[in-house]
Design a protein around this ligand. Structure first.
Ligand SMILES: *Cc1c(COP(=O)(O)O)cnc(C)c1O
Length: 389
């Protein structure tokens, strides 16, 4: 039998052991975590909507109207008008013909990729894609090929090499905004390459939706690409939209097909209807309240402007995800702990979430962060020992 305790001890020694902290507060810049009041720079609640009173009120109205549980899967009797209307609103927001709700982004990716590909097909993925995209490809039984991060030339070579031997489906999957680096996929080039090779292009825009584009439409809006430039869009509701769940959006026939074939859609209980109502409210706020995206831009610019004077490298990311690469896992952990002692919650992200040797502090901004809170972060970073000397 596997020596679990030995493996656990070894993880601890290598600085890779992980445990969830216990929070006693809603999402927001100031949180009480493990009994300590901290300024948090680690949430994916980029627009600050997770605890917005109007979103909470919409959820409450939903609870009163529908109760808590949906009671069954969508195809049984768990699909309420609240779900249907949210799907319509998400399709409209993304400019796609239809959208389909999933309980989580992880399941949306498993469902989409396993529905579209199987044995004999090929799935091409950016090396830094989210784990759920990779797992979807593994579960599908398709051949998984990973190309170097954002490397169009490498992907083209892989696609060309595979053409003669395989008549199967080809599917290219990419994060829109990379979750641990904050940089963008080269979508204009990817859409062209996908078209040339007759491949599906799946864009997982978990970190772009609500954040990028003038209306918060996401990565496609950012690049000025039309909705039909890609085969399928995956969006999550638990990040900028501040609730929970996910969706796939695309052409009507794709959605119709997923309803028949996506197992994580078919065999799981529909999310609580109150969540769907809360999400419609937060989606409306994300579209209308431009000040949230403007505040993020101000914070990112101020952060970048201040780093050189502190002797710290400026991340290339221009999204609310700002990684400070440390390298060594134990060192990243020590840094994160020293920031926590100074009242700041900034997680150390370590392998296997990021590649070996690229442990980092992953700083994320929220529209609710103030300039004063950012300046405190900068001050503490300036005093923290980023390297081992
Ligand atoms: C968070 C995330 C997911 C998973 O979404 P959940 O709704 O949290 O399961 C999928 N893809 C990417 C790129 C993500 O960042």
């Amino acid at each position: 039998m596997r020596a679990l305790q030995t493996e656990l001890d070894e993880l601890r020694q290598r600085g890779l052991y992980r445990q969830p902290r216990i929070s006693d507060s809603p999402q927001g810049p100031v949180q009480t975590v493990d009994g300590q009041t901290l300024i948090s720079f680690c949430s994916n609640d980029y627009l600050g909507l997770a605890a917005d009173p109007r979103v909470v009120a919409a959820a409450r109205r939903g609870l009163e109207r529908y109760g808590v549980g949906s009671g069954a899967a969508h195809l049984v009797n768990g699909h309420t008008r609240a779900h249907a209307e949210l799907e319509e609103a998400l399709a409209e927001h993304t400019g796609q013909e239809r959208a389909l709700l999933f309980s989580t982004g992880y399941m949306a990716n498993l469902g989409l990729i396993t529905a579209l590909t199987g044995r004999g097909d090929s799935v091409y993925q950016d090396r830094l894609n989210h784990a759920s995209l990779l797992d979807g490809a593994r579960l599908s039984g398709a051949r998984l090929r990973r190309y170097a991060h954002a490397d169009i030339t490498h992907l083209r070579r892989q696609l060309e090499a595979s053409t003669p031997e395989s008549s199967g489906e080809k599917l290219i999957a990419t994060d829109g905004v990379f979750s641990m680096d904050g940089d963008l996929a080269p979508l204009p080039a990817l859409t062209e390459l996908a078209r040339e090779h007759g491949a599906w292009l799946v864009v997982d825009d978990a970190h772009g939706l609500g954040v990028l584009g003038a209306q918060g439409g996401g990565s496609l809006e950012h690049f000025g690409l039309p909705p039909d430039a890609i085969g399928a869009l995956v969006g999550t509701l638990g990040k900028a939209l501040g609730t929970a769940g996910a969706f796939v959006a695309g052409r009507a026939e794709l959605i119709d097909y997923l309803i028949q074939r996506a197992r994580p859609y078919i065999y799981t209980t529909a999310q609580p209807p109150a969540l769907a109502l809360a999400t419609r409210q937060s989606l409306a706020l994300a579209r209308e309240e431009h000040w949230r995206r403007e505040q993020l831009t101000r914070l990112i610019q101020r952060f970048h402007a201040a780093l050189p004077a502190l002797g710290l490298p400026v991340p290339t990311s221009r999204t609310p995800i700002q990684p400070l690469i440390v390298g060594d896992s134990a060192q990243a952990l020590r840094l994160s702990e020293s920031l926590r002692r100074r009242g700041l919650l900034v997680p150390a992200i370590r392998p296997p979430t990021v590649p070996e040797g690229s442990a980092r502090l992953r700083i994320t901004f929220s529209a609710l962060h103030t300039t004063e809170q950012l300046d405190l972060l900068l001050q503490v970073l300036g005093e923290a020992p980023m390297s081992n000397d």
